[in-house]
Design a protein around this ligand. Structure first.
Ligand SMILES: [Zn+2]
Length: 71
């Protein structure tokens, strides 16, 4: 009797846990992406203005305004 219960429940439990872990990992990755997007503000090395990364170009690990740089 116990063997049957284990034989049926174990695969189901394994499947459910795998699904749950997959969802958790996907949520975690999604949140990490969201958070990193919010944090993507960098200082222009020429004029010192902080701007979103979309308005900056990266050059030699520094950021410079794409347009309208004050200097
Ligand atoms: Zn600038």
């Amino acid at each position: 009797m116990n063997f049957i219960v284990v034989g049926v429940i174990a695969p189901i439990a394994y499947f459910l846990i795998r699904m749950l872990v997959k969802r958790l990992v996907q949520n975690f990755i999604l949140n990490a992406k969201k958070n990193s997007k919010v944090a993507e503000v960098q200082e222009c090395q020429k004029c010192g203005v902080f701007k979103s990364i979309d308005d900056l170009t990266e050059k030699d690990n520094t950021f410079i305004c794409k347009n309208n740089c004050s200097k």
